[in-house]
Design a binder for this molecule. Sequence first.
Ligand code: SF4
Length: 86
Amino acid sequence: MPDDEIPKPEPKEIDSQKWLEWKDLMDRAILRAHPLEEFGQTYRCDNCLFYLDPDDELSYCWHPNLRILVGRDWWCQWWEQIPADG
Ligand code: SF4
């Protein structure tokens, strides 16, 4: 291969491993990239107790089973209401 030819990017073995790990976590959390609508209420990450910064479209979820970045409109089975006293 000539020195100036840049190899095409391809996923590596580590990417397959990481995908399997993340997929397992997504499945356990029933994590979805869209909100849950039930009983006239919308359950999404940015109105969940564990969403660190509700002003951001992407923020950190500090639920002990997750501890990952999530999107504002996402949802998972561990959603919890923010207490009225903050
Ligand atoms: S616990 Fe679930 S619903 Fe709540 S912020 Fe984390 S991923 Fe979103």
